[in-house]
Structure formats: structure tokens, C-alpha cells
Design a protein around this ligand. Structure first.
Ligand SMILES: [Zn+2]
Length: 151
């Protein structure tokens, strides 16, 4: 493995992890465990009847897994889904080009929390700003645990 391919793999891994976190923590997507993660069909009770948890029945396997996250951090059209989701929830958003890179910010007016991130490309700046603001707000108002909701 050459140093450049190693760097490229780490970059892809970091972007995949960022995409996964955006999918769950910002977009609020929760995978339905009753569905096959590979093809998205409902799981069957037995491998002879269809997909089971660790064995997709589709041959050939789908080119893209059903549980994949969109490439929010690598595509401006996917990153814009993040902007639309945040704006629909009342967050204010802005972006600027700065030198060779981009700046993106989100502001949560009720808490006056504001996060601005600069990155080499706009999708990455949007994703990082959204994720930082979500994390900050989660600290301010943690989701109730089962004990909290029952007691
Ligand atoms: Zn399947």
C-alpha cells in the first residue's frame, strides 16, 4: 500500500463515519431492524423464505446497500438535505466562500448556540457545523431515558 492510498482510505473512512453520524444524529434516521440491511426487504423467518439478519437472499446482491447513508459530506446535493432538515427545525444557516475553502454556520436562536466551521469544501463544512450544533444542543437538553419518562 502506498502512502497516498493509505491517506485516501483514511479519508474515505472518516467521510463514511461522518456520513453515518449525520444520517443518525442530524437526519434522525433509525434503521428498521425488521428489514434486510442489504436489500431493504422485510426479513423472513427462515433463509429458505427470503433474507435473514445475516444473509440477504437477493442474487446478485444490490449494488448499493439499503442501510447506506447518503454521501452528505461529499456531495453538495446530499449536504443540502442537511441544510433543509436543519432549517425546517428552525435553525438559521449561512455559508461563504473563504479563500480556497468554505465556511458554514448554523444558529439555534432559542439557545443562542452558534457553530461555524471552515473546511476545504462546502459539504464537509455544512456537515461538521450541523453535527457540532446538534451535539451542543444534546448536552443542553439530553433525551429522556426510560427512567426519566417512566418516573
Ligand atoms: Zn436482503
Amino acid at each position: 500500500m502506498t502512502p497516498s492510498s493509505d491517506v485516501r482510505e483514511r479519508t474515505v473512512d472518516a467521510r463514511t463515519e461522518l456520513n453515518r453520524r449525520i444520517h443518525v444524529e442530524v437526519m434522525g434516521v433509525v434503521w428498521d431492524e425488521a428489514r434486510c440491511r442489504v436489500c431493504g426487504w422485510m426479513l423472513a423467518g427462515h433463509v429458505m423464505d427470503g433474507c435473514v439478519a445475516d444473509n440477504c437472499a437477493q442474487r446478485p446482491a444490490p449494488l448499493l446497500r439499503a442501510d447506506r447513508s447518503p454521501d452528505y459530506a461529499g456531495s453538495i446535493s446530499a449536504a443540502w438535505l442537511v441544510v433543509e432538515k436543519m432549517r425546517a427545525e428552525g435553525f438559521e444557516f449561512g455559508t461563504d466562500s473563504i479563500g480556497p475553502g468554505w465556511r458554514a454556520w448554523f444558529w439555534h436562536r432559542p439557545s443562542n448556540k452558534y457553530y461555524r466551521v471552515e473546511a476545504t469544501d462546502a459539504p464537509q463544512a455544512i456537515c461538521l457545523a450541523a453535527l457540532k450544533l446538534r451535539a451542543a444542543l444534546a448536552v443542553l437538553s439530553p433525551k429522556p431515558t426510560e427512567t426519566d419518562t417512566n418516573g
